[in-house]
Design a protein. Structure first.
Length: 180
């Protein structure tokens, strides 16, 4: 865990302390960013921007979560903002009126590798992809996903349920295509 002394030094604009935090977290944050943008140069730029934002806003770090979790949220938000700007389109749907069904078992009959799951996740419609990724890969709960994506926790649950359904269908279809 990051000592409050290092964070305090960053608040005081200590460049050595900033570099220490950067060195400790840059590789992990790059791994988070690359899962969203899929291009090394874009991921590197977004991580740099996230660190700049984190150092500008470091006095807002309250220590109620780890510094890494706080920084990870900044990186994810940077990535999502970038992807939204890149798409420059929005999908309008009244998510708050959707009904939540019981979440079915969503395992796939055939063994599937982690890489196959990640590849299939990239084929999901964007509104489902982000929720599935935040939930399954990043480990956020529905309240946190709702805050990050600016939706209700109910919409997050609905998108996760539907996203996992699409994911299961994609993985099952993939297995049938390969003749497994």
């Amino acid at each position: 865990m990051i000592g409050s002394d290092l964070v305090d030094r960053c608040i005081a604009n200590d460049r050595k302390a900033q570099m220490a935090l950067y060195k400790q977290y840059c590789e992990g944050m790059f791994c988070v960013a690359i899962r969203y943008v899929n291009r090394q140069d874009e991921a590197e730029d977004l991580v740099q921007e996230a660190f700049i934002r984190a150092f500008k806003k470091i006095e807002q770090f309250r220590g109620d979560v780890t510094f890494g979790a706080w920084l990870k949220r900044i990186v994810i938000n940077k990535c999502l903002d970038y992807l939204k700007k890149k798409k420059e389109r929005s999908i309008s749907i009244d998510e708050h009126e959707l009904q939540i069904a019981e979440e079915p078992e969503w395992t796939v009959e055939e063994p599937v590798s982690v890489e196959e799951v990640k590849k299939a996740m990239k084929s999901l419609p964007e509104k489902y992809q982000y929720v599935v990724q935040l939930y399954l890969l990043e480990g956020y709960d529905h309240k946190e996903i709702a805050e990050i994506l600016d939706l209700s926790p109910t919409a997050s649950r609905t998108r996760l349920m539907r996203g996992k359904g699409y994911l299961r269908a994609l993985l099952t279809e993939k297995k049938h295509e390969t003749g497994s």
